[in-house]
Write a protein that binds this ligand. Structure first.
Ligand code: TRP
Length: 330
């Protein structure tokens, strides 16, 4: 097992879809079999948009239950809830004092809100709370608290990991070598998973398939994938087909080659191709889906897993925070 510490947070804002699964979750789960991983549900990061405790709690169970059901290796992965570790609030306060406000002004997500406001003729900061504005500081605290070496994130989060490096640098400059420098790792598949309409699978396009959609809904969604109007007899290019692009992520190499051949040879209609895709996705996800449903009916079990994770995470968090507090306050 590599000595490097991998860390990532997932915001509890709703059930992930197949694009999230293929692009982010599947690689994380695979990695958890060979690497020590800190993985937490970033409920504090959801607070700037969700002001409903029940909803955040429910989404937290969904993400945690999903990770466990998909086979996260709990011997290597420390799975916990961000807000359960008191040291995070403290480190956040400490980091505030070495972070230039100008750095936050440059954050993409904040700038996007400002641009939207300006375009709509509103005050630049309309609807922006301090949770949103200081989001990158809290995220830096997450990364630095657990001494992460590697932070796998989507491309949209890369700047935040770079900010964590900047903030670690400011701190180390003033107080001496205290924090490790984390490296962002951007999943190569992210953004390339097509949705029902062929565009990138994304909630904002309303073209997603929920990861644990019940079987009937999964089938209905797959049958609704938009195709071109080629007849069954015509030869088809698998690389241009959403059906094939999704199939690739669930099948073995031999199955993928065979399915590609069926596209190229002609004689397979899209209806048949969709049925083959459905059978494959369903056979891969049926087991995890059943386990997910069982866990969601027994959230005490999820709480217990999160409590175990918190115990392990706390040991590292206390050590780091001690170092920081001594450096800053003596
Ligand atoms: N901001 C991340 C997102 O929106 C979630 C997150 C919070 C995170 N803290 C993190 C990711 C630390 C990586 C490391 O997806």
């Amino acid at each position: 097992m590599s000595e490097k510490v991998v860390l990532t947070g997932i915001k509890p804002t709703g059930m992930p879809h197949l694009g999230n699964y293929i692009g982010a979750l599947k690689p994380l789960i695979e990695q958890s079999h060979t690497q020590k991983t800190f993985m937490f549900i970033a409920d504090l990061h959801a607070l700037n948009t969700i002001h409903d405790a029940k909803q955040i709690k429910q989404h937290t169970y969904e993400i945690a239950g999903m990770l466990v059901a998909l086979g996260l290796n709990l011997d290597n992965a420390v799975l916990f809830r961000q807000s359960d570790i008191d040291e995070i609030y403290k480190l956040n306060t400490f980091l505030m004092n070495v972070t230039p406000k100008g750095l936050m002004n440059r954050a993409h997500s904040y700038k996007a809100s400002v641009d939207r406001n300006v375009a709509n003729g509103l005050d630049v900061d309309a609807g922006v709370n301090m949770g949103l504005f200081t989001y990158p500081i809290l995220m830096s605290a997450d990364i630095l608290l657990y001494n992460a070496d590697i932070v796998p994130v989507g491309a949209d989060q890369k700047q935040h990991v770079e900010f964590a490096r900047d903030i670690a640098g400011y701190f180390n400059n003033i107080y001496g070598d205290t924090f490790k420098m984390p490296e962002p790792v951007i999943g190569e598949e992210t953004g390339l998973i097509p949705g029902l309409d062929g565009r990138k699978m994304s909630k904002s396009y309303d073209n997603t398939i929920a990861l644990f959609a019940p079987e009937k809904e999964l089938k209905k969604k797959i049958m609704r994938i938009i195709t071109d109007s080629k007849t069954p007899e015509e030869a088809k290019n698998p690389d241009e087909s959403t059906i094939f692009q999704l199939y690739k992520h669930f099948a073995t190499d031999a199955e993928i080659a065979e399915f590609a051949q069926m596209f190229r040879a002609g004689g397979m209609g899209y209806g048949t191709a969709k049925t083959i895709l459905f059978d494959k996705v369903n056979s891969v996800l049926a087991g995890p889906r059943a386990e997910y449903e069982r866990l969601m009916a027994n959230t005490d079990e999820i709480e217990k897993i999160l409590a175990d994770g918190a115990c392990k995470a706390r040991v590292v968090a206390q050590e780091t925070l001690g170092r920081v507090k001594r450096a800053m306050l003596g």
